[in-house]
Design a protein around this ligand. Structure first.
Ligand code: NAP
Length: 498
């Protein structure tokens, strides 16, 4: 007899969505294990200055749990954390959650027909222990393992070093000489904020990012009241915004072959934005990407580019040679003296994630090793043959649409159909058939041929969408509509139940 019906690893929006689906089906013996000290995933961990969502909140939220009272069109980080807390309370999820528990690895026990998970409490004196569950779900996020740069001397820096995902709110930035390494979506939000406080800020850019305008505003009280009293108006706003994102961002990237004009339109929009906002032509040239729009995740901001007009901000594009206790030395021999080093260097997806913990399925098959040696695959981005009773929410080809909530809700529906069938059949196990798993992969590879990743010019993008082997397996290369249709129509005979 297993300790739990289901163990979910991760108490972010993905894990909470999975738990809501299971509860809708009547499951109650669910344990949600979380390594952090509270719920909310990304929105609990990240609290760097300027943190906000860059997808409008009418879209970046559960469609079944709209919040009419978002303060801004793009919610700030703290508001998203509050929203996560509200969801946890409303759907009675907190009582399932355990914090400060690090999942280390899980193994399918063929004799007992359940998963055996090894965990370690992070509190002082906690011991390693095992616990068992009939079903295992990993909801560990794509961007959850902070990446430190492989730069000589980074650990020798004697001043303050801070990674954006481990922000220390007490760190003093005022009148300091600050360096930021990295210019991804996080840095784009952070840089304008710290530029205002720094004596001098040097931004070390290796690869520029495409940035399009951000139409942000405070949502007026009457609009909030309208959203609350006539929820269809908020649904309409969600639909309109999601359609725009789908057209500009998803179609332009994933249907590049058919809609190159959209991709070029998005690139032109970003280029015009840059031209309007940055005065110096040399700086503009440095900030202009030389890869196709969408090879790497683009972002939205009205504050990022103008920051480079400030007297106290410099953009450095010469490669970094090494870091000393007091400075960053670039390859041209220039020494940049600094007090604070900010690492906006993102997350490691392909060494320490996919999967985030060791997963051993039938016949000792190691999921991470098999993905790396035989190729990445997961049926509908959710299940893998050879791994019974296992749902992997952060799988290859699972990310659908630009808002993570699109992915989450498609996966919730998958869980509801799959676990509903399991219950109806009174079965103990499910496992996707090797054939369905392989056919889905074949379909994804075919569709990949339409995308900017195959058709565009992505050679210089250094995008985390690509594995170490150079394959763009993170995004599902179909429209969000296709993902939604597919989750309703996949045949339950694609699974073997026993
Ligand atoms: P990121 O996009 O991976 O960017 C990391 C940056 O660090 C890149 O500019 C990278 O340069 C640079 N870097 C890494 N190692 C380096 C090294 N050794 N030397 C020099 N530069 C180095 O990470 P991120 O900015 O944290 O964003 C990650 C994702 O989080 C985003 O793409 C987005 O999906 C999500 N995000 C979302 C929001 C939101 O509001 N929804 C906000 C922030 C972030 P290269 O490009 O040259 O590798």
């Amino acid at each position: 007899m297993a300790d739990h019906d289901v163990i979910i690893i991760g108490a972010g929006f993905g894990g909470m969505g999975a738990a809501i689906s299971l509860k809708r089906l009547g499951y109650s013996d669910i344990a949600i294990l979380e390594r952090e000290d509270d719920l909310g995933g990304t929105w609990h961990v990240n609290h760097y200055p300027g943190l906000a969502v860059d997808i409008a909140s009418v879209t970046y939220s559960y469609s079944f749990e709209p919040n009419p009272y978002w303060k801004h069109w793009f919610a700030r980080g703290a508001e998203l954390k509050q929203y996560a807390e509200h969801v946890a309370d409303k759907y009675d999820l907190r009582r399932h959650m355990e914090f400060g528990v690090l999942a280390e690895g899980a193994r399918w026990d063929e004799d007992e027909q359940h998963w055996v998970l090894t965990t370690k409490g992070l509190a002082k004196g906690s011991r390693r222990r095992t616990r068992t569950a009939k079903h295992l779900m990993t909801a560990t996020g794509f961007l959850s393992q902070p990446k430190l740069p492989d730069i000589d001397g980074v650990e020798d820096f004697a001043g303050t070093v801070i990674h954006t995902a481990k922000w220390d709110d007490s760190v003093d930035l005022d009148r300091k000489r600050i360096a930021v390494i990295g210019t991804g979506a996080t840095a784009v939000q952070l840089i304008p904020n710290i530029a205002k406080r720094a004596r001098h800020l040097t931004v070390f850019q290796r690869t520029p990012i495409w940035v399009t305008p951000k139409t942000d505003f405070k949502i007026p009280r009457p609009v909030q009241q309208l959203f609350a009293s006539a929820p269809w108006t908020q649904r309409a706003a969600r639909k309109a915004n999601s359609l725009w994102l789908e057209g500009m961002m998803v179609t332009a990237v994933l249907h590049y072959k058919q809609a190159k004009f959209l991709n070029q339109g998005a690139a032109r929009l970003a280029t015009a934005h840059l031209r309007r906002q940055v005065n110096d032509p040399e700086t503009r040239a440095k900030l202009t990407p030389d890869y196709s729009f969408g090879c790497k995740r683009p972002t939205f901001s009205n504050e990022y580019y103008p920051t480079f007009n400030r007297e106290n901000v410099a953009l450095e594009t010469t490669a970094i040679e090494r870091i000393t206790p007091t400075s960053i030395v670039t390859k041209d021999g220039v020494e940049h003296e600094i007090d604070v080093l900010v690492l906006a260097t993102g997350f490691n997806l392909w060494d320490t994630n996919f999967p985030a913990i060791e997963i051993i399925g039938r016949e000792g098959k190691d999921l991470g090793k098999s993905w790396r040696s035989a190729g990445y695959h997961a049926f509908e981005g959710v299940t893998v043959s050879g791994f019974p009773n296992f749902v992997s929410l952060n799988s290859p080809y699972s990310y659908s649409g630009l808002s993570y909530f699109m992915t989450i809700e498609v996966q919730m529906r998958h869980i509801e159909r799959l676990f509903g069938e399991l219950k109806d059949r009174n079965a103990d196990t499910f496992e996707v058939t090797p054939q369905a798993d392989a056919e889905f992969l074949e379909h994804m590879l075919e569709r990949m041929d339409d995308t900017v990743f195959n058709q565009g010019s992505c050679g210089t993008a250094r995008s985390y969408y690509y594995t170490n082997e150079g394959d763009a397996v993170l995004l599902r290369p179909t429209s969000s509509g296709n993902a939604r249709k597919s989750v309703e129509s996949f045949s339950l005979t694609d699974y073997a139940f026993a």
